[in-house]
Write a protein that binds this ligand. Structure first.
Ligand SMILES: NC(=O)c1ccc[n+]([C@@H]2O[C@H](COP(=O)([O-])OP(=O)(O)OC[C@H]3O[C@@H](n4cnc5c(N)ncnc54)[C@H](O)[C@@H]3O)[C@@H](O)[C@H]2O)c1
Length: 446
């Protein structure tokens, strides 16, 4: 490919898996790329047109890029920064002994870039591709760049976070066909530049705050790890029960409505109802009976309980006694109160001395028609007394309103609550977040 003058020149700092792939792939797209590493063996290999890591397709790309003169290497970060428009930081971020993240390589390379920026005229964009915890860029790296350059981010230079979603083994293919492109940014100029590097690359694009970009990588990797362990635990139980685990998972994987979908994957309230808690309990019990260790499955209910406690603690921390609750069943649109986390929350609030009043449209209706009346009157007589059919009464009663229903009448009642009423939204209702005054609206995990 012929280099175009319009394409930004790129320096890549750190030529391991991520850096070598980035360097070779951007060069193959016509960028002039200069690579930097502190490992002389990697520099020597690249100088000779040989890939420093083994990856399908990388050898050919490196050979072509070096032969065409588009890819060169140096051990001088300063030279590389001065000789490029944008720097991609791809150094390792290994675990510390205690499990924390080491930012030592990141800080060392950032210090070198900062020193180079001090003597560089004109704009430069620093792009972090390394995986780092939210807050690292803003709290550690940008201050370091500003200190060592004597310049200001957004004024003299730009900083972006552009996580890499490659999988070792298929990383070249993943570079050209990524699942998504994510750019965390602080200002438009650098954001546009980094996005332009991926022109023509398929997949959704996200321009987000720095912390969201940093977090995106952790969410992905933790979910992938969770999926592996989930599948392996299910496999182990299947084997103990004499079932063909792959046959079971074929059935599971065929369901793209509820299983492989966005369902159940947005933060909200705890789960409950007549099925999920009972079935998680029964399957983990079965695993125990067969001496199969299933730490992931065994901790699902503990995680659910921790989430319920977050809601309880949020209300109690407000120091208000009068609580109005909208929604009592385990999810809206049903009158099923079995193992409802809202029932549990109401009971714990009452136990802590709160004066609770509750409205639930479906529960009220089922009492009226007698459907669920016996269950409510016999199992939850203490809550039956606290139910009212009038939403306004609940809204007027509560110094705090806990909202787990989002029908129009409920939202309107909440919006018309007396000034100063605090609303805890358990469902993530954008309308409430927008209409309620700051300080009046609380999300559960948002
Ligand atoms: N390997 C992957 O599949 C993958 C995928 C996505 C994200 N990541 C993340 O990307 C980052 C890099 O991962 P990797 O696997 O490529 O690491 P790596 O260990 O293979 O490579 C890092 C390179 O940085 C070099 N280096 C260290 N200090 C330097 C300095 N001051 N200047 C120049 N070079 C320096 C090292 O010598 C090494 O060659 C990590 O944060 C990792 O978590 C990795």
């Amino acid at each position: 490919m012929v280099a175009s003058r319009a394409l930004p020149a790129i320096s890549v700092l750190g030529l391991g898996y991520v850096g070598a792939i980035s360097a070779a792939c951007f060069a193959s797209r016509g960028h002039r790329v200069v690579g930097v590493d502190i490992d002389p063996r990697k520099l020597d290999l690249l100088q000779r047109g040989i890939a420093p890591v083994i990856e399908a397709g990388l050898g050919e790309l490196v050979h072509e890029a070096v032969a065409s003169g588009l890819l060169s290497v140096t051990d001088s970060a300063t030279d590389a920064v001065l000789d490029s428009d944008v720097s991609l930081v791809c150094v390792a971020t290994p675990s510390l002994a205690g499990g924390g993240l080491s930012t030592a390589f990141l800080e060392a390379v950032t210090a070198q870039i900062g020193a180079a920026l001090r003597v560089k005229d004109g704009w430069h964009t620093v792009v972090y591709r390394s995986t780092m915890l939210p807050g690292t860029c803003e709290g550690v790296l940008i201050p370091l760049l500003e200190k060592l350059s004597g310049k200001h981010v957004g004024v003299d230079f730009g900083v972006c976070v552009n996580p890499e979603f490659l999988r070792e083994g298929t990383s070249v293919r993943d570079f050209f066909e990524p699942p998504k492109t994510v750019v965390g940014h602080t200002e438009d100029r650098s954001a546009a530049l980094v996005m332009s590097l991926y022109e023509g690359v398929p997949g959704p694009r996200f321009l987000v705050p720095l912390g969201v970009a940093e977090m995106a990588k952790y969410v992905d990797n933790c979910f992938h790890a969770l999926k592996v362990d989930f599948a392996n635990e299910i496999g182990a139980i299947c084997t103990a029960l004499g079932l063909e685990s792959h046959e079971v998972m074929d059935v599971f994987l065929s369901d793209t409505k509820l299983n492989l979908s966005a369902a159940y994957l947005r933060p909200g309230f705890a789960f409950g109802g007549s099925c999920l808690p009972k079935d998680v309990r029964a399957l983990t019990h079965t695993a125990r009976r067969h001496d199969v260790e299933v730490p992931v499955l065994a901790h699902i209910l503990a995680s659910n309980e921790a989430h319920l406690r977050r809601a309880l603690d949020t209300v109690l921390a407000l120091g208000k006694r009068k609580v109005g609750m909208f929604g009592l069943s385990f999810k809206s649109g049903t009158d099923d109160l079995r193992e409802s986390p809202m029932v549990e929350l109401a009971e714990r609030l009452i136990g802590k001395g709160c004066d609770v009043l509750i409205h639930d449209e479906n529960v009220a209706l089922s009492r009226l028609t007698g459907t669920n009346k016996a269950h409510i009157d016999e199992r939850l007589p203490h809550l039956a007394e606290l139910l009212t059919e009038d939403r306004a009464t609940v809204a007027d009663h509560g110094e705090v309103l806990v909202v787990a229903a989002k029908d129009e009448a409920t939202l309107s009642a909440v919006e018309h609550a007396p000034v100063g009423t605090i609303v805890l939204d358990l469902l993530h209702v954008p309308r409430l977040r927008e209409t309620l005054a700051g300080g009046q609206y609380l999300g559960l995990s948002w």
